[in-house]
Design a protein around this ligand. Structure first.
Ligand SMILES: C[S@@+](CC[C@H](N)C(=O)[O-])C[C@H]1O[C@@H](n2cnc3c(N)ncnc32)[C@H](O)[C@@H]1O
Length: 150
């Protein structure tokens, strides 16, 4: 079971659906109705739920499972308050199966912001293992991915 947080325009959703095996399931949660529509337009086969990622546990239960194996996340962490960062990371810890992976991208310039640094610190305090990919300089703005493992 793969869960995507914040599918936006659906560019990650499209790649996720291309890459998951046939026996895998995938759902995406998105709060903005215009982006829900856009993801569904780009990926008509995707299950896109119009709701906050904070409510993932409820939607997994509706799909008949308690936990997921991967969370792939496009949320703008550096824009979030501490309380929303904490709520979302609580959700990640609640629903991610042991051995599961949480993958989330960040913009390099986000590390200049206190909220971006706070997010990095929170992640380190909650996960046993975190790998940061090299910075992708060709991305505008440059970005990297945190790969956190339970
Ligand atoms: C950086 S954008 C989208 C990234 C996406 N991969 C793309 O390339 O279009 C982040 C998305 O997260 C959504 N979002 C923000 N807070 C959310 C939440 N609590 N739950 C689910 N989606 C959320 C926003 O509406 C936005 O579409």
């Amino acid at each position: 079971m793969v869960v995507e947080f914040g599918s936006g325009t659906g560019v990650f959703t499209e790649k996720i659906l291309e890459k998951v095996s046939e026996d895998a399931s995938a759902i995406a949660l998105e709060v903005n109705p215009a982006f829900v529509k856009e993801t569904r337009r780009r990926c008509p086969q995707a299950t896109v739920i119009h709701d906050s990622a904070v409510n993932t546990a409820r939607h997994l239960k509706s799909a008949g499972v308690e936990r997921c194996d991967r969370i792939i996340c496009g949320l703008p962490w550096a824009c979030f308050s501490q309380s929303l960062q904490d709520q979302l990371l609580d959700t990640v810890q609640e629903v991610l199966t042991p051995g599961g992976k949480f993958l989330t991208f960040a913009y390099l310039h986000g590390l200049l912001l206190p909220s971006g640094r706070r997010f990095r610190k929170c992640l380190s305090s909650r996960f046993e293992k975190i790998v940061e990919t090299p910075i992708i300089w060709k991305n505008l703005p440059p970005a990297f991915v945190y790969c956190a493992e339970r």
